[in-house]
Structure formats: structure tokens, C-alpha cells
Design a protein around this ligand. Sequence first.
Ligand SMILES: C[S@@+](CC[C@H](N)C(=O)[O-])C[C@H]1O[C@@H](n2cnc3c(N)ncnc32)[C@H](O)[C@@H]1O
Length: 194
Amino acid sequence: MRQFVVVGHDAPTDADFPLSDLPGSAGRLDLLARSLLAALLRSHGIREDTRVHLVLADQFTLTVDGSTVRSLHPDERSAAALLRSTLENRDEAVGQIPVETSPGITLTRVGLAETIEGLKGTVFRLGADGRSVEEVEPPSNPIFVLSDHRAFTDDERALLDDVVDGTISLGPETIHTDQAIAVAHNWLDRTGDR
Ligand SMILES: C[S@@+](CC[C@H](N)C(=O)[O-])C[C@H]1O[C@@H](n2cnc3c(N)ncnc32)[C@H](O)[C@@H]1O
């Protein structure tokens, strides 16, 4: 199982935003939608061995499981619409119990710390300042933590420093979150479990 945790600092926590302004009033939901698609879609099919967790403003985590999700279309707007319809159920997410809003999609009222705590596997922070991916042996259950367009905050870095098994650099250039997900997948496709 491959897992990606994406920290959306400005992400919306309710469904009150227009699909016509994803980068603006929707708090860069365009970026999260692309990250979701990069994590779960191949050219013709879905990565059933992958789960993606979108952490929304450290208040909710929206999880999509590649093995059970349905109706995931490859365009950003459809993905954003799926995220918005998930948020329409936010009042059902009580405590730390995930609510399944549609097949393969859950919403949980937790932030980054609780999300990572609940995952099983080898946790890597992805960052250009890390150890080169070429020196790392891919583990069988990798969990990658990425930020959005913003750097991780000091608090997030401190939290991650305590829980991660290492920081991995995918290359010398800082790339977009969805691009980093694609490169990480490619690394595992070439070297790790398929
Ligand atoms: C657009 S970057 C974040 C840029 C942000 N301004 C910063 O300084 O961190 C988005 C995320 O992609 C991942 N990323 C980008 N370039 C990377 C690289 N070369 N190696 C590993 N991860 C990378 C990191 O997780 C990063 O937080």
C-alpha cells in the first residue's frame, strides 16, 4: 500500500465555494484536486494500491482509497466537485470517527498529527532538502507527507521530525505537489513493490 498525505494549509473546510474559483476563494483546491488525481490515476485506470489523505486546514482529513473509489474522472474540476460534495457531509464527521461519504471516500475531523498517527507504514517527508531518493531502499508500505504551495510551518516540521523515518528528496528542483507525487510513484514503480 502506498499512501500520500497532502497538507492543504488554505483548504476549505466546508462546501461553500465555487468550482469556478478553485485557486482563489477555494483555497488552492485546484492543487489538492491535482494531487488526488496524480496519486490515484494512471493513464488508463486507477492505482488500487494507493490511498491519499488530504489534510484540510488541519481540521478535517479527506481520504480517498484507490481500491474502492468510484467515479473518479481525470479532470481537475470533477475531482474538485467530488471534494466539495464530500465536504457537504462535514457535520456527520464527529469525533475521530471517519464518515464514508461515498464509496472509497471518508471524511474525518482530524488534523495532520492524528492522521499520521493512524497510518501504518514507513513515513517519509518529501522535501528537496532531504536525502536523495537514489540512496533509499523503497519500503513495502511507504507513506509520503507533502505540503501544498506553502512550506511546512515550524509546528508541522517539529511534529514531522518526531514521527518520520526520514526526509527524501526527489531531485534538486522544488516541484509542484502533484508532480512530486508522480515522481514518487515512478520511483516505486521502477524500484519497489508493484
Ligand atoms: C511546491 S512545493 C512547496 C514549496 C514551498 N514554498 C516550500 O518552500 O516548501 C510542494 C511540495 O512538494 C514536495 N516537493 C517539491 N519538490 C520536491 C523535491 N525536489 N523533492 C521532494 N519533495 C518535493 C514537498 O513535499 C513540498 O512541500
